[in-house]
Structure formats: structure tokens, C-alpha cells
Design a protein around this ligand. Structure first.
Ligand code: GLY
Length: 572
């Protein structure tokens, strides 16, 4: 009898440990205190690339447990909300572009929205002085978060119980994970802002973080549990919503219970175009990413750029001029198309783009003032995060998600443990006044209640013969579209390996400021030649952190994580 009781308890114990039920009681076998970051994998069953090793590993474990690329993307996205607080989030928003195994291309818009009480001049003093401190820091900079609603919209295409996809994030928040040296430095640099911009001191506040410290986030774990148990209502209603609104009241922010309840995800038709036989799917408005990529690729399509050679003066000059022209259009015409009529078809038409290139002179710079006027400076904080996922069933998922600035508004919801975005700064707070990326805008991107702020996020999928070929995207604010552009040109035109396409030095022009930003390793001779042609060159830090998966001719998946950060590839 004793032995029967023993075996009964043993069986109960084993099934509790291995359960894959909707309670999500089992999680993934990952050691959060010791892990290795892998930069490149080649695999046959599936792959995940993201900004953090623990998140990529989580995604691959979900694939191994029978999930498809959407399941894996959701689990990765949620894990990033815990292990990558710079940009992974519950309190932000983003976009997904996916190619489903059925062949359907879809996109989901879970961008933040302006609260109902927001108004056009809310960041202007009575005399018109713009207050970018208010649009970039703390409670007033927060748009209504879309990420959790986005996750449940993504979930319609997933297979596993949602609890199973959320549980790894809960475990990581509850038990904690070991932080790296860079993460410790990043948290240390944040302390002054955290103390200034929070009404309840969050777990991130500490005298000194060091490599190997464990970051435990109990409040965040409770929020994730509410989401696991109640679905999107676990965030937009009930306890979490109450905590958000109380935080807003304490810090004089705008978001109300009504704003949270009214948040809606939009399923949109992806922005699709062709380039030399490839089909490229990107994000439509309110992201400028898909249209900008379309314009830039089409403006070079007839120029035989492959023959010019990678980093030749001719190729860089052409790509710069193309970038300049596309970004001038961004400032004038692009915004949330639900609120403003964006002339997408005209801006992408062959005749328009050919006309746009009539002023291109291959021997000298076209000053931006000759296209549109203005003088601006850009700040270089560009924290957003991208994840690319693929599976053997033919699903490919490209998600870019953001809090906007690094750690968003730097305001954490008291008692709920997640950081809120400062996405309101992506609106044009006053015509001609640059946002934190130096981007300007006007009427198209003016603030209005319920409107989504213009984005640059460019989650992208390239199809070859109607099958997934490249899954790509990157953080980087306004540099996002040019980095996806350059990565694709490197592969499709310069026949580079995926690693070279991602790792080789990048450059960026965004019309205003009228300068080419280059990474440190950008070749000196090309730089000098461009300066002689009239370009202003400014060296800056790393541009982008591009996460790329490419399908090899034999059908295997090559996943490459950018070396510019602690990004990680995992395959199975
Ligand atoms: N917050 C950066 C972007 O959406 O482009």
C-alpha cells in the first residue's frame, strides 16, 4: 500500500513537472544565470534572432515543444519584456509582418495611440516654445500601450496554449536572470532619470549594478500572471489598468481607464512591392518603414548598383541621394493614414520616383535645401528591438517593438513593474521641430486624440518564388529603414554573406540634418571622396542592430544576430 501511495505521488509529481496544460505550469529548460550568446546558427526546423540570448532561447524551446513561428515570436517578445527592459516591453507598441504557411501575408499594427485628452499643441508653451522634455520624459510622454493587445492578436495564428507562451517570461521575472556587464552599465546610467521620473521607486534603482547580479522583477511577474489568467483584459482592465491609471494620476499623465479599454489593434494589409523578381512585404502606415523601403529600393532598381560595388563611392552616393529623397517625403506626407490622407500610391509610383531622381547628380551632393528647407540636429538614442522567427512549416514572423527611447519614458508603473513608452515624441509636436531622432513633420503627423504616431519601424519579409527568403528588421529610430535597405541591397545586389550584409559598416542620411552619418569603421577613402563631392560626413556610434534570417538554397535557416549588441541567434 505504501508503495502504491509512493508511485501515485511520483506520477503526480512527474506530470506536474512535464505538464503542457493551459495552466502553463511547465516552462522551458533554460538556465537564466548561465547562458552563452550565439551570433550565428544554421538549422533545419526553425530559428529565432532577437536582442537577448534568453529570449531567443525561449523562442526556440517553444518551437521544440511544437509551437510554430508565431508561438515562438510571442514567447520571445514576452521574454524580451523581462530580460531586455531597454526596449522589450509590455508598456510600448510595435508591428508584426508575417508570412503564414498558407501563403497569406499579414500585418498587425499595435502601435501606441494618443490618449483621448491629447491635443495638437499639448507640448507647446503659450508662446509656442516646444517642450521636448515633456514629450520625451515621464508620464506626459506616454501613449496608450498596444503591445499586450498585439500579442493576443498575434495569438490567433499560434498553436500552443497562451499560458505556455507566457510562462517562461513569468519565470524569468519571478526567479530573475543574471545581467551582463553592458546591462549593468546601462542600468547604472539610468539611475538619475529613474529617481526623477518615478513616483514609486522601481526594482531597477540600486546603488551600483554589476555583471552577474540577478535582476528579479516580482511586480512584473504578477502583471504577466494577470495577463496569463485573464488575457488582454489582464492588462487593459482590472488591477493592471487600475495601477496604470493611478500611476498617471500621481505623475500627471493622461491615460485613463477609458483610453485603455478603447485600445484596438489593427490588422492591416502589408505594404508589398517587388524588386527584381523578389516580393518584399513591410509595414504600412502608421509606419513609414514599408513605404520608405519601397521608395529607396525602386529608386535604385534601374541603376545597376551591383556593378558599382559595395562601399564604392558611386554606390554610397546613390544610396545617400535615394535616402535623402525618401525621407523628405516622410516629413511632408507620412502619418497615421486613419487620420490623414497619405498619398501612398503616388509616392510609390514609378513615374513619381523616376521624377524624384531627375535631380540626382552622380558627381555631387544635392543639398537638402534644394528639396525642402530646414536645419536640424539629431540625438542618438534609438532604442527599439526586433525579432525574426521562422519555422519549417513555412511561417515567417518579423516583429519590431519599442518603448521609443532607451527604457522609454523611464517611468515604471508602480506595483505593476513595467516601463511605459515615451512614444508621444514620435508625433510632430510642432511643424519643423525635430523629435529625438532629428525627424521633422507637419500636419500629417500632428497630434490628435486616438491617432497613432508615425513610426520608422520596418519589420520586413522578402519572398523568393513566393516562399520566405529573408526575415529582417532592426531598431534604430529613423535609421531603421535605411539599415533594412542597406542590408537588403548588400544581399540582393552585392551578393554578400548574411554576416557581412549585417556586420559591414553602415551609413545613414535622412534628408535633415543634411549629413551622412557613418559608423567608425566606414572606409576613410570613401568618406574623403564624398566630402570632396560636397557631403558633410559625421561619424557616430553603431547604427542599427539588424536581426536577419535567410533561407539557404538547401532549405536550411541561417540566423545572424548583429554584433553591435548582445543580440543572439538560436536555431533548432
Ligand atoms: N519609436 C521609433 C519608431 O517607431 O520609429
Amino acid at each position: 500500500m505504501q508503495r502504491i501511495v509512493y508511485f501515485f505521488f511520483l506520477i503526480v509529481f512527474i506530470s506536474a513537472c512535464t505538464s503542457t496544460s493551459k495552466t502553463g505550469s511547465s516552462s522551458v529548460p533554460i538556465d537564466p544565470y548561465q547562458y552563452k550568446t550565439v551570433k550565428k546558427t544554421i538549422s533545419s526546423n526553425g530559428a529565432v534572432v532577437s536582442a537577448h540570448s534568453l529570449a531567443s532561447k525561449t523562442g526556440v524551446e517553444i518551437l521544440k515543444q511544437g509551437g510554430n513561428a508565431v508561438d515562438a515570436a510571442i514567447a520571445t517578445q514576452l521574454a524580451l519584456a523581462v530580460v531586455y527592459p531597454n526596449a522589450g516591453n509590455l508598456g510600448g507598441g510595435g508591428f508584426m509582418v508575417a508570412r503564414l504557411s498558407s501563403g497569406e501575408l499579414i500585418s498587425l499594427d499595435f502601435r501606441e495611440k494618443a490618449p483621448a485628452s491629447a491635443h495638437r499643441d499639448m507640448y507647446l508653451e503659450a508662446d509656442g516654445t516646444p517642450r521636448t522634455d515633456k514629450s520625451q520624459d515621464g508620464h506626459l510622454s506616454v501613449g496608450v500601450p498596444g503591445t499586450v493587445a498585439g500579442i493576443f492578436a498575434e495569438y490567433k495564428y499560434a498553436k500552443l496554449p497562451i499560458a505556455k507562451l507566457i510562462q517562461p517570461a513569468i519565470d524569468l521575472a519571478e526567479k530573475g536572470f543574471a545581467i551582463t556587464e553592458n546591462e549593468a552599465a546601462s542600468l547604472n546610467a539610468l539611475q538619475t532619470d529613474l529617481k526623477k521620473l518615478n513616483t514609486v521607486m522601481p526594482v531597477f534603482v540600486k546603488d551600483k549594478w554589476k555583471a552577474g547580479d540577478t535582476l528579479v522583477q516580482k511586480d512584473l511577474a504578477q502583471t504577466l500572471i494577470r495577463i496569463r489568467d485573464k488575457g488582454a483584459a489582464g492588462f487593459y482592465e482590472g488591477e493592471t489598468a487600475r495601477l496604470i491609471v493611478e500611476e498617471m494620476k500621481r505623475g500627471h499623465g493622461m491615460i485613463t481607464l477609458e483610453d485603455l479599454k478603447n485600445y484596438d489593434v489593427k490588422k492591416r494589409s502589408p505594404h508589398v512591392f517587388t524588386y527584381k523578381g523578389y516580393t518584399i512585404a513591410g509595414m504600412p502606415m502608421p509606419s513609414s518603414g514599408g513605404l520608405l523601403l519601397n521608395q529607396m529600393m525602386k529608386m535604385i532598381e534601374d541603376k545597376n548598383i551591383g556593378a558599382m560595388g559595395f562601399h564604392s563611392v558611386q554606390a554610397v552616393q546613390l544610396m545617400t541621394e535615394v535616402e535623402r529623397r525618401a525621407y523628405a517625403d516622410r516629413a511632408e506626407y507620412m502619418g497615421d493614414a486613419d487620420f490623414y490622407k497619405v498619398p501612398v500610391e503616388k509616392l510609390r509610383s514609378d513615374s513619381y520616383l523616376q521624377n524624384r531622381m531627375k535631380t540626382w547628380d552622380p558627381n555631387k551632393a544635392t543639398p537638402s535645401t534644394a528639396i525642402e528647407p530646414g536645419v536640424l540636429m539629431a540625438k542618438e538614442s534609438e532604442e527599439t528591438t526586433h525579432l525574426s522567427v521562422i519555422d519549417k512549416e513555412g511561417n515567417a514572423v518579423s516583429i519590431t517593438t519599442t518603448l521609443n527611447d532607451s527604457y522609454g519614458s523611464r517611468t515604471v508603473v508602480g506595483g505593476a513593474g513595467f516601463i511605459l513608452n515615451d512614444e508621444m515624441d514620435d508625433f510632430s509636436i510642432k511643424p519643423g521641430v525635430p523629435n529625438m531622432y532629428g525627424a521633422v513633420g507637419g500636419e500629417a503627423n500632428a497630434i490628435a486624440p486616438g491617432k497613432r504616431m508615425l513610426s520608422s519601424m520596418t519589420p520586413t519579409i522578402v519572398l523568393k518564388d513566393n516562399k520566405p527568403y529573408i526575415v529582417v528588421g532592426t531598431p534604430g529610430g529613423t535609421t531603421i529603414p535605411t539599415q533594412v535597405f542597406q542590408t537588403l541591397v548588400n544581399i540582393l545586389e552585392f551578393n554578400m554573406t548574411t554576416e557581412d550584409a549585417v556586420y559591414k559598416p553602415k551609413f545613414h542620411h535622412q534628408w535633415l540634418p543634411d549629413e551622412i552619418m557613418v559608423e567608425k569603421a566606414f572606409p576613410e577613402d570613401v568618406r574623403n571622396a564624398l566630402e570632396k563631392m560636397g557631403y558633410t560626413i559625421r561619424q557616430r556610434g553603431a547604427i542599427g542592430r539588424t536581426e536577419t534570417i535567410r533561407v539557404l538554397p538547401d532549405g536550411r535557416f541561417e540566423a545572424v544576430a548583429d554584433k553591435r549588441g548582445e543580440d543572439a541567434a538560436e536555431g533548432w
